[in-house]
Design a protein around this ligand. Structure first.
Ligand code: PXP
Length: 243
């Protein structure tokens, strides 16, 4: 069954809205773990919009489950990741104006630069994953660049405006998972996944990890983060493919 990675960036976003020290994403990570999270994910952005260097350091010191650092391929951030040495780094595109990560990394276009960053992270013993759209050329380029894993962008599925488009997006994800496994990649999924739409994605065989942020932190406002994580885990378990 796929594990649940809880993205704690949004806890830091609320803190930054007032420029104080609460709520603390490090405390958020503890609550998420107590709710059953299999992985804690954070994104140390170049602009430090939410998670900052202190958070990254303390998360690394305190998180007991898998720690997944989302990051751009900027040299400064790669240096920090190598110093920190989280279990996994997920390389994502980063734009200054975006509300959240929009779409996947273009591994085909930036293969040389990306391969160099992947090689440096590997040498530090870090598992490296590429956040990509579920497209055959991006999967193949990810394998060729040395990634051990990919996180498939589930945004097309989450944003689908019709049942037909949603089914198409699910079929694309299914083919991408199958290709990923054929070429030796571990396959994760994330972006826009919610309590309402997780079912059909969690039913697809072959996903190893889901990374979910906004929906869980939104629900936490009403039920608390521990319970919000518990509920999402329950849904993933309920819909997990047999076997
Ligand atoms: N995976 C990646 C690579 C992301 O960049 C994000 C957004 O930070 C997520 C998953 C989580 O997306 P959401 O907040 O929509 O659940």
């Amino acid at each position: 069954m796929a594990g649940l990675g809880v993205n704690v960036d949004h806890v830091a976003t609320v803190r930054q809205a007032r420029g104080t020290d609460e709520p603390d994403p490090v405390w958020g990570a503890v609550e998420a773990e107590l709710g059953g999270a299999d992985c804690i994910t954070f994104h140390l952005r170049e602009d430090r919009r939410h998670i900052n260097d202190r958070d990254a350091r303390l998360l690394h010191e305190t998180v007991a489950v898998k720690l997944n650092m989302e990051m751009a391929i900027a040299d400064e951030i790669v240096d920090i990741a190598i110093g920190l040495c989280p279990r996994q780094c997920t390389l994502v595109p980063e734009e200054r104006q975006e509300l959240t990560t929009e779409g996947g990394l273009d591994v085909v276009r930036h293969q040389d630069r990306i391969s160099r960053a992947v090689a440096r992270l590997h040498r530090a013993g870090i598992v490296v994953s590429a956040f990509i759209e579920p497209l055959a050329d991006q999967l193949q380029a990810s394998a060729d660049s040395g990634f051990q894993a990919v996180e498939l962008w589930t945004g097309a599925y989450a944003d689908a405006k019709s049942p037909e488009r949603r089914d198409e997006a699910l079929a694309e994800l299914k083919s991408a998972i199958e290709l990923g496994h054929r070429i030796g990649l571990e396959v994760h999924g994330g972006h826009g996944l919610t309590y309402r739409n997780i079912g059909p994605v969690a039913s697809l065989p072959g996903f190893c990890e889901f990374n979910i942020g906004h929906s869980i932190v939104s629900r936490a406002i009403f039920v608390g983060l521990r319970e919000a994580v518990r509920e999402m885990k329950r849904l993933i378990t309920l819909h997990a493919p047999a076997g």
